[in-house]
Write a protein that binds this ligand. Structure first.
Ligand SMILES: [Zn+2]
Length: 201
């Protein structure tokens, strides 16, 4: 505990701040003024652009790309090859482009190969299924997947499905069948569950 591990092949700019206990593996690039919290793991060839802020206990899997404007809170999982964007109207020749920020809140997970379009907030303990393209804000505890990613159900802190127990005035009481935790999901979020889900045979 405490010691920062930076593999000799990684490049960490001298203006970047790295919290204690963090491990930075082969060929990672952490750029100017980026901030990485404590006890994080940055896997092979992760790219952390300038000014990116990363909380504590965050896992960035191999080749995740985090561009300027991205903020990642504590306990977030970013799967391999996940890419964030930071420009809503990209042109190679535009002279006045603005960085559009993205926020990933505590405990959220983003599955392998997903793309998160900029300007969005992914709520606490939200989960993005592998290969998704996220184009809308994701409410806390929502599981979204697909292209465009749609809300499919709600999940627990432990990552397992929440089951509806009863509807209340402003929320739906949901229970985790795995660990028994209960959550009040706002009805406005619950009603956004995509109805025409097709499941694999
Ligand atoms: Zn649970």
């Amino acid at each position: 505990m405490g010691k920062v591990l930076i593999h000799p092949t990684a490049i960490v700019d001298k203006t970047a701040k790295i919290g204690e206990g963090t491990k930075i593996w082969h060929f990672v690039y952490v750029r100017e003024h980026a901030k990485v919290g404590k006890n994080c793991v940055l896997g092979h060839a992760v790219y952390v652009d300038r000014n990116v802020k990363i909380g504590n206990r965050v896992k960035l899997e191999n080749r995740a790309n985090l561009y300027d404007g991205v903020t990642i809170e504590d306990d977030v999982f970013v799967g391999p090859h996940v890419t964030f964007t930071n420009d809503l109207c990209p042109r190679s020749f535009s002279a006045d482009w603005k960085i559009v920020p993205t926020l990933v809140k505590k405990g959220a997970s983003i599955g392998a190969g997903s793309v998160v379009v900029c300007g969005l907030t992914l709520g606490e303990y939200a989960m993005v299924g592998a290969g998704s393209v996220v184009t809308c804000n994701v409410p806390p505890h929502a599981l979204v997947f697909g292209n465009p990613a749609r809300i499919r159900r709600f999940v627990c802190v432990c990552g397992r499905n929440l089951v509806e127990e009863k509807k209340q005035a402003k929320s739906v009481l949901m229970t985790c069948m795995s660990c028994g935790r209960k959550f009040g999901i706002p009805r406005g979020d619950f009603e956004k569950i995509w109805k025409e889900e097709r499941v694999c045979p």
